[in-house]
Design a protein. Structure first.
Length: 112
């Protein structure tokens, strides 16, 4: 079975993280938002580019979990849905897809 849609999801996720970081910088002059958004977005895109790599689904899952925890905490502290809650929801979707891929295909089987 081929898994082109998890790769597409990682591309979209990466682009949204980069755009979100850029928006955080433009709106609040937040350099940490820009750096975090670009770094996490580039990681997601690179994982999509080499999704056949044995550890790509695990690395994508770890990235998603880290963002769930960090942005979930931010949401609980600020109670502002944007951007924290949006990133949590996107990250939960990415995490569930990675778990699905690992459960159905296993690791090291050339996911695509």
């Amino acid at each position: 079975m081929t898994f082109a849609w998890p790769v597409l999801l990682l591309y979209i996720y990466g682009i949204l993280l980069i755009v979100g970081g850029a928006m955080g910088y433009v709106k609040a002059k937040s350099v940490p938002s820009l750096v975090a958004g670009v770094v996490c977005g580039v990681i997601a895109i690179l994982l999509g580019l080499d999704y056949t790599w044995h550890w790509a689904p695990i690395a994508a899952l770890i990235l998603a979990i880290v963002l769930i925890l960090l942005m979930g905490r931010r949401y609980l502290n600020t109670r502002k849905a944007m951007p924290a809650l949006l990133i949590v929801v996107l990250s939960v979707i990415v995490a569930l897809v990675q778990i699905y891929v690992m459960a159905t295909e296993g690791l090291g089987n050339g996911h695509i």
